[in-house]
Write a protein of this length. Structure first.
Lengths: 518, 353, 313
């Protein structure tokens, strides 16, 4: 690290959203040429802090200095002008435009009568070469894979002579091996003169890639330590502030001897096509009562199509999907009647009806049945309120009253409401699609405990998740989805991080997986 | 500047919003009245008097309000399911056409039915006609994703031409001296007058009755829940098993039926026969009414009376002061926009950055 | 059949085509600019009325023809600004605001007209734009057609490649397209979504105003009620048909105008066999058909009709 003004100095940054204090008096420095990790669980305030840096939000108090000069708050153009570049967690790319367009946006004065595209293309290709981030400038962004899109997102920042690069959870969309490669690329950036802020909630990565670690908890800066002085246990404690009991798997119900077990869910050689693209290719899967089967994989490999299949939103183009032996198709009502509990990934837009009340959402899947509707048409508000009150209490949904609009709940409480809606009916098959994304550690542990106890009582659980920690904690058997194909679902003990990572990128064969087992 | 949703909307804000909208409307339109060179106070007084100030005015207002209630409800019902039916005008005319076809052609002798049955058939024909017209755009939306705004709009023009065609030919009233109007309804089929020497007719009762019925259905039945859910979160509605397309079609058909009924009401209640200029834009006014009423059927009744009052009052006012009667349309347009803004500001706060 | 072929050969047919197409070209380009930036502008029918009235009124007051065009453009821009404030700054429903503005613009025009011409049954006429005339009429084959073009038609035709250039080759056009696809991406790149969208709406609405002015300053020579008669809505349909591309917008407008001009002539030829109303229905029916044909294939600007709230959690 060189002497002189630090690349970035934050002083006393606070930001409040309504009742929530997202950032509480944070002061922090980023040295020149260093990689600073911003560590914290979901909801700790990392994204808010970085959004303030980047100008998406204005802080209530405090100031930001870049290389010694004060930065104009609330103005992304100012942040960009001074050399701050951000690689967003949710890509800021336009699918219908090509790579060059996406990189070029905002880099030229608006009054210029003609864009200098040829020069821009040359510069883009040169940067791409230099840092090993291959892209085709003429490709339509919507056609790119997730990994390629991330490369475009990074190149956008490099193209603008970024001096301070912020990466927000960049490994969320990468397989373990690809993450390692990203860290190497980051080192190359540092050598080229950049200073880096790396945001993550994953301890392992943070320890691997950074020079210093800043830990945020509930909006406050808990500690800043040099990485060589940190270890997983200390960091974990700082992140969460208390030891979280890792939920223990209750003993499973033993099947009665001789009883024929009908699989709760049976997916048999299913194909799903969308236009020209094959989303799922001859996918087969079985989930038996009492077991938790996890589908591991990075986003974009067919999970969405699979989730839609097993939630009744889509029919297969080939093959069958059966619940307890009965074939079901694209009619959510059939799935609900079959007693399948579905927890969708998109809780805001698919799981709940945002403008409806908490009470209505609590019983939404059975709104036409007694006791919630008499004769199938007359709504019994009293019965609904009763059921909703019970669910809200049992599932710890923090709200003012059950008549308020569900959109006013936090993400974690919406998820608990969804879980309550589903689990209170004691479903025999539970589909949990990314059930804990965006939630804090406490909520995650709570949800894991509920899922495990449901399995112990005989429910079959299909878990689709991108978080390897979650998979190792919950699953009995694990299958990896990669480019629309499913690996065999092997017992969790037979997988390691390495083999999982290889399977995710499609580089693992069945034999390798079996032979690598300890 | 950005907008931040308020956590709690104070009830005062929800009452203040429409009042502020009315105040802004009166202020803006006062400028227009002044531009016309007329005294503002007197103009507004005349407007109000012309709308509600006498027995005659009141009954006229209620008469004009009747089709507005129905087109307003037609729009509200559709918009609630997020089906933007802009074709109420055409559906109204088609309903009127059907009414004349059933009740007026060949002296109505084509159907040899007792009067009450014949009236019921006439009403049904009008509602079916309106619903049938909107079915096309609704199916196009559901099957092919074609935006229903433009399709329902363009159909309005086609229907008006169809009416003109009918009035020139098959439905022409031979005794009308070349003025394009249809044959009249059998007199027994016309709606009864509610009050002596006034034009208010039983169509008003039908409209109010339907408003109450619609409100009850939306509030107390599962249909109402489905309606709202499909309009607010169609993906989530589908997820919980609501048959989204069926609900949408249902809403569209009911919407068309209400608008068709407005046409029947005008022919059977007010005029007795059909002319090309029967509706001075009732269909389009329905959209404004629905928005002013925040899609609430009971609110539609009130908003219809307000707008009808403006229209009737303007007719009277324009005879006394040099203010063009179009001031009524301007008042309505400004009221709509002010109402939208005021309601938005009640729900959101303006924040810096 | 021979009737149709005969008509295609005459210069008067093509002259009529351009005359019908010009307001459609201008209006469609206007809607295109708004929608590419992500905003539906249903105010077009009203803005065209306002443009027709203001343009004609300005000329009648002595402003000269181009002065009238400028006045119409400014009237359109003013309503565009209102629409922008309501839908972009306040995030209100684009459908409802557009319809509200159509109502407002139309009623204001009629109101203003009645204030000045309270008693007259037919409005005073003005001297409209003349065709280009000599020396163009000397050119072989297309001479007569070229000579008949009014400057507004030339403007409309010139705007097609100009807007194409703007959209695809300038930074301003890229910003416009980006806010219509992913406004968050534009904002993060330092482009103000609000400013870009409102500018697009204002510019598009100015074009709509000029489209209306063509009706009173070139096609006809006076303002009368119900002049626009659904042309605005047809432009909205044509934009979808054109897949939001200027070149295709020109094609669509010409195709449409071609059908319209053809039916006028066939109607006169066929005599009283087919009721004239059926012929008049054709334009509207064709527009619906255009929408249906394009339904499955369109790639909408991804953020069309989604309000953008900066920094909303």
């Amino acid at each position: 690290m060189t002497m002189g003004e630090p690349a970035l100095r934050l002083t006393g940054i606070s930001k409040r959203f309504g009742a929530l204090l997202a950032n509480d008096d944070i002061s922090l420095e980023l040295g020149r040429g260093e990689v600073l990790a911003l560590l914290g669980e979901n909801g700790a305030g990392k994204s808010t802090l970085v959004s303030i840096l980047f100008g998406d939000y204005r802080p209530d108090t405090g100031s930001v200095e870049v290389f010694g000069r004060k930065l104009e708050p609330g103005d992304p153009a100012a942040a960009l002008a001074v050399g701050i570049g951000m690689v967003h967690q949710h890509f800021t790319l336009a699918d219908n435009l090509d790579v060059l367009d996406n990189v070029l946006i905002g880099t030229e004065p608006w009054w210029r009568p003609m864009s200098r595209r040829a020069a821009a293309r040359a510069r883009l290709l040169e940067l791409s070469e230099r840092f090993g981030l291959q892209v085709d400038p003429s490709a339509r962004v919507g056609d790119l894979s997730i990994g390629e899109k991330q490369r475009v997102e990074i190149l956008k920042a490099l193209y603008r002579d970024t001096r301070i690069l912020i990466l927000d959870e960049p490994t969320a969309v990468l397989a373990p091996q690809e993450s390692v490669q990203l860290f190497a690329t980051l080192r190359a950036f540092v050598e080229a003169g950049l200073s880096i802020i790396f945001i993550s909630h994953k301890l392992g990565e943070v320890l691997a890639v950074s020079d210093r670690i800043a830990v945020l908890r509930q909006g406050r800066l808990e500690a800043v330590l040099p990485t060589h002085q940190a270890d997983a246990a200390t960091l974990s404690m700082l992140m969460v502030g208390r030891s979280i009991e890792r939920p223990v798997r209750p003993a499973p119900m033993q099947p009665v001897a001789g009883e024929v077990v009908v699989p709760a869910l049976s997916v048999d050689r299913v194909d799903v096509r969308e236009g020209a693209r094959q989303r799922l290719r001859s996918v087969s899967l079985v989930v038996n009562p009492g077991e938790i089967v996890a589908i591991a994989g990075i986003a974009g490999n067919g999970q969405q199509a699979l989730a839609e299949l097993v939630c009744g939103l889509r029919s297969p183009d080939a093959g069958t999907v059966r619940v307890e032996g009965k074939e079901l198709g694209a009619d959510p009502i059939d799935w609900i009647r079959a007693g399948v509990g579905r927890i969708p990934e998109d809780r805001q837009h698919l799981g709940v009806i945002a403008a409806a009340s908490i009470a209505e959402n609590a019983v939404a899947e059975h709104y036409r049945e007694p006791p919630y509707a008499r004769g199938g048409w007359r709504v019994d508000r009293h019965a609904i309120d009763q059921a909703a009150t019970r669910i809200v209490a049992d599932y710890d949904v923090r709200c003012r009253d059950i008549g308020q609009a569900t959109s006013q709940l936090s993400g974690g409480n919406i998820q608990k409401l969804l879980l309550g809606r589903v689990l209170s009916r004691h479903p025999r098959l539970i589909i949990a699609d990314q059930p804990t994304w965006g939630l804090d550690v406490g909520a995650i542990a709570w949800i894991h405990a509920r899922l495990m106890s449901a399995a112990a009582q005989g429910a079959a659980v299909l878990l689709i998740s991108e978080e390897l920690d979650e998979i190792f904690a919950l699953a009995d058997r694990v299958s990896v989805i990669s480019q629309g194909q499913l690996s065999p679902a092997l017992p969790v003990a037979q997988w390691t991080i390495q083999t999982l990572g290889l399977a995710m990128t499609g580089s693992l064969t069945h034999e390798q997986a079996a032979s690598d087992a300890p | 500047m950005r907008l931040e949703r308020r956590d709690v909307v104070p009830p005062q804000a929800l009452v203040l919003a429409p009042l502020t909208a009315v105040a802004v409307t009166l202020a803006v339109c006062a400028l227009l009245v002044a531009w016309a060179g007329a005294p503002v106070g007197r103009t507004y007084a005349l407007l109000f008097e012309g709308a509600f100030g006498s027995r005659f005015a009141l009954t006229e207002t209620l008469t004009r309000a009747t089709p507005l209630m129905l087109t307003g409800m037609a729009t509200a019902v559709a918009f609630r399911a997020r089906f933007f039916n802009i074709g109420a005008e055409g559906q109204l005319y088609l309903g009127a056409l059907a009414a004349v076809a059933v009740g007026g052609l060949h002296d109505g002798s084509g159907f040899d039915l007792p009067v009450p049955l014949h009236v019921a058939l006439m009403i049904l024909a009008g509602m079916v006609a309106g619903g049938a017209l909107v079915l096309g755009p609704a199916l196009l939306k559901v099957r092919l994703g074609v935006d229903e705004v433009v399709t329902t709009l363009l159909l309005n023009f086609i229907v008006l031409l169809l009416v003109s065609l009918m009035l020139d030919g098959p439905m022409k009233d031979p005794g009308a001296m070349g003025w394009p109007q249809s044959v009249g309804l059998k007199p027994e089929l016309e709606f009864t007058r509610l009050i002596d020497k006034a034009r208010v007719h039983s169509g008003l009762l039908i409209a109010i009755g339907l408003a109450v019925l619609t409100w009850a259905v939306q509030r107390f039945t599962t249909w109402g829940f489905e309606w709202r859910s499909v309009g607010e979160s169609p993906a989530a509605a589908r997820f919980i098993g609501i048959p989204v397309n069926t609900v949408l079609l249902r809403a569209a058909l009911i919407s068309g039926a209400f608008a068709g009924l407005a046409g029947v009401s005008e022919v059977a209640g007010r005029a007795g026969y059909l002319t090309l200029d029967m509706s001075p834009g009732y269909g389009y006014a329905g959209i404004v009414i629905a928005m002013l009423a925040a899609l609430n059927p009971l609110g539609v009744v009130l908003a219809s009376i307000f707008i009808a009052g403006m229209l009737v009052g303007a007719d009277g006012m324009t005879r006394e002061v040099p203010v063009p009667s179009y001031i009524a349309d301007v008042i309505v347009a400004v009221a709509l926009i002010s109402m939208l803004v005021a309601t938005m500001l009640a729900r959101y706060r303006i924040r810096r950055g | 059949m021979t009737d149709i072929a005969d008509n295609l050969m005459t210069a008067s047919f093509w002259i009529a085509v351009l005359r019908i197409a010009t307001p459609l070209i201008l209006g469609t380009l206007g809607v295109l600019l708004c929608e590419r930036a992500g905003v539906l502008n249903l105010g077009i029918e009203g803005i065209m009325s306002a443009g027709a009235f203001v343009g004609w009124f300005a000329v009648w007051q002595g402003a000269g023809l181009w002065g009238g065009v400028l006045a119409a453009a400014m009237a359109g821009a003013a309503f565009g600004l209102l629409h922008g404030w309501l839908t972009v700054s306040l995030g209100l429903s684009q459908h409802v605001c557009g319809l509200g503005i159509t109502l407002l613009a139309t009623s204001l025009s009629y109101y203003a007209y009645r204030i000045y011409f309270a008693k007259v049954s037919s409005p005073p006429t003005i001297e409209p734009f003349a065709g280009l005339g000599a020396p163009f009429d000397a050119i072989p084959i297309v001479g007569e057609w070229l000579a008949s073009l009014t400057p507004l038609s030339v403007l409309a035709l010139a705007l097609v490649p100009a807007i194409g250039w703007l959209l695809y080759r300038t930074p301003a056009g890229l910003a416009l397209r980006m806010v219509g696809e992913n406004p968050a991406a534009a904002q993060s790149a330092g482009v103000s979504v609000v400013a870009t969208r409102v500018s697009a709406i204002v510019a598009g609405s100015a074009l709509m105003g000029i489209a209306g002015a063509f009706l009173t300053l070139a096609a006809f020579n006076a303002f009368f009620f119900n002049m626009v008669n659904g042309r605005g809505w047809i432009c909205v349909a044509l934009v979808v048909f054109a897949s939001w591309r200027p070149g295709k917008a020109l094609l669509g407008a010409l195709l449409f105008a071609g059908f319209d001009a053809m039916q006028l002539r066939l109607q006169q030829g066929a005599g009283s066999e087919i009721p004239y109303q059926l012929w008049l229905m054709l334009p509207y029916a064709l527009s619906i058909l255009a929408l249906v044909v394009m339904a499955r294939r369109v790639a909408y600007p991804q953020s069309l009709m989604k309000p953008y709230r900066k920094g909303e959690r």
